[in-house]
Write a protein that binds this ligand. Structure first.
Ligand code: FCB
Length: 438
């Protein structure tokens, strides 16, 4: 099928950083060459992952990283966001893998952008424990000490919101706890870990530090007060609970009183200035008052006892995952952040954006990416200082509780043979980058 003719995407500002993202647990495999993580323990349990799979082999990126760096070079990206597996760093020689990967990237002229925690906590550690934050800072110092001569751009954490909600409140991700609102300390300890990591990175000489937080607009299901209040609560939990302490040094709406420890002292650490703020955007949420029944969002079941319910967004296409496709949500999100945080918002980088579709001729992914880049450009025109954009993801990979059933890659990976085949979206993205550089 021929790609639809479209006007070129308007040019982004000079120096804009173009990249793609992955994470260690989702692609590396070589589970025998790292210590176990909470995801290994979790996936070993019955019924946790849709297709019964694990990430023991995943995309075997550990052994095939040279081929994958060549795919990045073929795409023409400036930067590659990957994560450093803490459980691998704990294994003898584990850091050596990241040495080799970073060298390969540098040789290809691609800027390495490591994320220091992307959900694969070493088994035995627990975010309910405050000490995990200090342990994370030690991990960060070790990694920065080894890679800091070649890496200058760092991401502390990936999506503490999803890790709290899915992993600790609802239990559909590792470590599989169902604490509902008792999961709030998990959010605080990750934020504290972030702040301590910023200090550790600065001590190691880093000057280009950000975080990758998941955010999305929250739309009330109706104008009824109960729906508006429910949507406001969801916005509080997904967006403000994480952005406010980082950017304003305060928890919103009295949430600080529910957090453990010396919260004012911790907030000073949490709000260490950032060089940029990473946003992972997929879709908005439409939220209403509880309906007394379970609801679901993007395949995640939300228990009936929650004080909100998630509703379908009518009249928009959905991805293979069932996620609504709403590019304008990205403009709304970023202009909303610009309004709310003003000068406290550092330059923004979109650290993840993408979609799950099957097939090699993935015209729907092209439409998704095209629409979101135009929406991002509208945010730039509206005055938001956006400095980069990373597609999730380079490769089809282990999509957490969905196993290998959701395919987010620009490159198809056959989980049996590990054969990599660039999709139509890979060629489209490479061409788009070429046009941006004219
Ligand atoms: C994000 C995660 C990433 C991937 C995408 C689809 O929430 O950060 O690892 O699973 O969703």
């Amino acid at each position: 099928m021929a790609t639809e003719a479209r006007d070129p995407i308007p040019p982004f500002p000079a120096g804009f950083l173009w990249g793609v993202s992955t994470s260690a647990h989702q692609i590396e495999g070589a589970a025998d060459l790292r210590t176990p993580s909470v995801w290994d323990t979790f996936t070993a349990g019955p019924g946790r992952v849709k297709d019964g799979s694990t990430a023991a082999v995943a995309c075997d990126h550990y052994h095939r990283y040279r081929e994958d760096v060549a795919l990045l070079a073929g795409l023409g990206v400036d930067a590659y966001r990957f994560s450093v597996s803490w459980p691998r760093v704990l294994a003898d020689g584990g850091l050596g893998f990241y040495d080799r990967l970073v060298d390969e990237l540098c040789a290809a002229g691609i800027r390495p952008v490591p994320t220091l925690f992307h959900w694969d906590l070493p088994a035995g550690l627990d975010w309910l424990e405050r000490d995990t934050a200090a342990r994370f800072a030690e991990h960060v110092s070790v990694v920065a000490g080894r890679l800091g001569d070649r890496v200058d751009k760092w991401i502390t954490l990936n999506e503490p919101a999803e890790h709290t909600l899915l992993g600790h409140a609802l239990g559909v991700h590792a470590p599989g706890r169902q604490l509902l609102f008792d999961a709030l300390p998990v959010a605080h300890h990750q934020l504290l870990a972030h702040g301590l990591a910023v200090r550790a990175l600065r001590a190691a000489g880093a000057a280009d530090i950000g975080i990758a937080n998941s955010h999305g607009p929250t739309w009330p299901a109706s104008k009824e007060q109960a729906d508006v209040e429910a949507a406001d609560l969801y916005d509080l939990l997904l967006n403000r609970l994480f952005a406010d302490p980082l950017l304003l040094g305060a928890y919103p709406d009295g949430l600080g009183e529910l957090m453990p420890g010396d919260v004012p002292a911790d907030l000073k650490i949490i709000s260490e200035p950032l060089d940029w703020y990473g946003v992972n955007y997929y879709a908005p949420a439409r939220v209403g008052a509880p309906q007394g029944t379970e609801t679901s969002f993007g395949g995640v079941r939300m228990p009936a006892e929650l004080p909100f319910s998630l509703r379908e967004i009518e009249g928009v296409p959905t991805t293979a995952f069932g996620w609504p496709v709403v590019p304008e949500g990205l403009t709304e999100l970023l202009t909303g952040f610009h309004d709310r945080y003003g000068d406290r918002l550092p330059p923004v980088v979109v650290t993840e954006n993408g979609c799950s579709y099957d097939g090699l001729d993935d015209q729907a992914r092209i439409t998704y990416l095209d629409g979101h880049l135009r929406a991002l450009h509208r945010a730039v025109e509206a005055g938001v200082d956006v400095r980069g954009y990373f597609v999730w993801s380079l490769l089809d990979n282990f999509e957490w509780a969905e196993g290998y059933t959701q395919r987010f890659g620009l490159v198809h990976v056959d989980p049996e043979t590990q054969e990599r085949t660039p999709k139509a979206s890979y060629t489209w993205f490479a061409d788009m980058l070429g046009q941006q550089r004219l």
